[in-house]
Design a protein around this ligand. Structure first.
Ligand code: S3P
Length: 164
């Protein structure tokens, strides 16, 4: 069985960018948990947060996680808060290798498009604080921690090396 590669980390840290490149190099399919949820619900992440709240969104993440943990050989880009609930990240961890893209939060925020990201609306300081709160959680679940963000190529290289 070929394990899934599960990318975790803050909003805007590069999960989709690196995930896309990784999937291409390895000839795998990329799936994004936010996209799975938006498709199923027929509305955007912002609408789900605004209408039903964060708790409901996390329940939807749990369902997506359980379904994706039944697959194999995929690259899975997780929403930034998915690892916060053990019942969300747990199933993915069981059938995958969890890779934390641990990028400096200030640098991440400076390049972040906050549009459509309800939890990135409170400014840089709050974003950095949120990172500080989440870092131990990301660390706890990670099999691999990536810290080279000098260029997308360098990050991809670091992931591939770590997987060897
Ligand atoms: C969230 C990250 C978002 C999305 C939602 C909540 C978070 O995904 O799941 O807005 O709690 O960090 P990205 O990490 O892809 O932006």
């Amino acid at each position: 069985m070929e394990k899934n590669l599960v990318l975790i980390g803050m909003m805007g840290c590069g999960k989709t960018t690196i995930g896309t490149a990784l999937a291409e190099v390895l000839g795998r399919e990329l799936v994004d948990t936010d996209a799975v949820i938006e498709k199923r619900e027929g509305c955007s992440i912002s609408e789900i947060f605004a209408i039903k709240g964060e708790g409901h969104f996390r329940d939807l993440e749990q369902r997506a996680s359980e379904e994706l943990s039944q697959t194999e050989g995929m690259v899975i880009a997780c929403g930034g808060g998915l690892p916060l609930r053990p019942d969300c990240i747990g199933p993915l961890k069981q059938t995958g290798i969890v890779i934390w893209l641990c990028r400096d939060p200030g640098e991440t925020y400076d390049g972040l498009d906050v549009t459509g990201r309800p939890l990135a609306q409170q400014g840089k300081e709050a974003f950095v604080e949120r990172f500080a709160q989440r870092a131990p959680v990301y660390r706890r679940w990670a099999d691999i921690i990536i810290e080279d963000f000098s260029s997308p190529e360098a990050t991809l290289h670091a992931v591939l090396e770590a997987l060897k």
